[in-house]
Design a protein around this ligand. Structure first.
Ligand SMILES: [Zn+2]
Ligand SMILES: [Zn+2]
Length: 417
């Protein structure tokens, strides 16, 4: 019994879902000891069921939802955690990105998903830690095989300059040189955006395609213009909070949902000790702009989700315990303390949580649609001054064209200078 309690407590501290604590191994072990049998409990040669998620290794069932934490951290960048980003994959093939904070595009790439399928991004608010990597997905996806526009949904602001449409328009302008430099060199059809800015004040459906309905509803964070989202599909409901002070709209829309992701900020003492905020700033940021752990718990006790997910804190050995203790003063339901690469599979019957093991040296995913060859006439080219600086390396470059022509049985003309 003491051992069972210990496993349970360790599970809690590690942020493992309470519901996923598995006693069967202990039971099997006890039986074996009692029987004194010689037969091994596991085969020395046969593969066992994986207890982690390996990208591109599991087919999603037609009624299954997979949610991947691609960013769970904060505006302070760190290798261990990207900033806010949750990727939702549905059994009908649709995929949705909720927030894309700084560092998140790298995490998304780890899953090897063709970029044509990563064309829908929902931004909850325009803090850098929630949309700072939109440019990395725009460019990285554009060169990586996205041949369709990047579709972006995001809130309006109190003035046009504070809204999503202006922000994305400026992002594209920021990449003017990047895009001009690719004209006629590669397939750049993916270097376009389709922006859907919606009224942040309304509770409304902002997406309704292919059996998937996404709602936006107001959040309270920093200034006007933050929202939260819910996604409904085949009787399953995923809710994503972006950033917010506890609010009535979230409780209403998240009530009894299947997987509910809500921010949970670092406890005030650690904001002072580790982030070196003044006590005044720590209290303001940690309890008024964001959701303190105790308040996160209170929200979840009202929401009563099948499974609650807390994110938006640096999850370390010395921060996890205090955050969990504070949450548990107000919420005793199923809970994950999220970290990057945590994966949930959700069906009507079951919610499982695992960590993904990823390949840090992953290359581009396969393309979902064929690339088209560039038209040399589209190239911007160089001024005579820069053109004149070329060294003569034709003798070593020309054979590369000949090698390609021979290998592929087509004639690749060497460029005229
Ligand atoms: Zn924020
Ligand atoms: Zn944030």
């Amino acid at each position: 019994m003491a051992l069972v309690s210990l496993v349970f407590a360790v599970g809690l501290l590690a942020g493992i879902a309470v519901t996923s604590v598995d006693m069967s191994a202990l039971t099997a072990s006890a039986h074996a000891t009692q029987a004194g049998q010689d037969e091994p409990l596991v085969s020395p040669t046969e593969a066992r069921e994986r207890d982690f998620y390996a990208p591109n290794s599991e087919t999603l069932a037609p009624d299954e939802m997979r949610i991947i934490a691609c960013g769970t951290g904060m505006p302070y960048t760190r290798p261990a955690q990207a900033a806010a980003c949750f990727l939702v994959e549905l059994g009908n093939g649709d995929k949705f990105i909720f927030d894309i904070g700084s560092g998140a595009a790298e995490r998304i790439s780890a899953f090897g998903i063709p970029y044509d399928y990563l064309d829908k991004v929902f931004i909850g608010h325009l803090h850098g830690d929630h949309f700072g990597d939109i440019g990395a997905l725009f460019v990285g996806g554009g060169v990586g095989g996205r041949h369709v526009p990047l579709r972006i949904w995001g809130p309006s602001g109190t003035t046009p300059e504070l809204g999503t449409a202006v922000a994305i328009d400026h992002m594209e302008k920021m990449y003017a040189w990047d895009i001009a430099g690719r004209l006629g060199q590669t397939d750049i059809r993916g270097f376009t955006t389709e922006v859907h800015e919606f009224d942040y004040r309304k509770e409304q459906i902002i997406y309704d395609e292919n059996g998937v309905v996404i709602w936006s509803f107001p959040a309270i964070h920093s200034i006007d213009g933050s929202v939260s989202f819910s996604l409904e599909w085949k009787g399953l409901k995923f809710v994503f909070g972006s950033d917010t002070y506890p609010n009535k709209w979230f409780v209403k829309h998240a009530k009894n949902a299947d997987l509910v992701v809500h921010e949970c900020f670092i406890a005030v003492p650690d904001l002072v000790a580790k982030l070196r905020l003044t006590p005044e700033a720590a209290l303001q940021v940690g309890t008024q702009i964001h959701t303190a752990p105790e308040a996160f718990g209170k929200v979840m006790s009202m929401v009563e989700p099948r499974h609650a997910v807390a994110y938006h804190f640096f999850k370390d050995h010395d921060t996890t315990g205090p955050i969990l203790e504070r949450i548990r003063t107000t919420y005793d339901g199923p809970l994950s303390l999220a970290e990057d690469y945590m994966v949930w599979n959700v069906t009507k019957d079951k919610i499982t949580e695992r960590m993904a093991l990823i390949n840090e040296h992953v290359w581009c995913p396969p393309m979902a649609s064929p690339a088209v060859a560039p038209d040399p006439n589209d190239r911007v080219g160089y001024s005579p001054e820069i053109e004149a600086g070329r060294l003569d390396v034709d003798d070593v470059i020309r054979p590369i064209y000949e090698e390609a022509s021979e290998a592929l049985g087509r004639e690749f003309a060497y460029p005229e200078k």
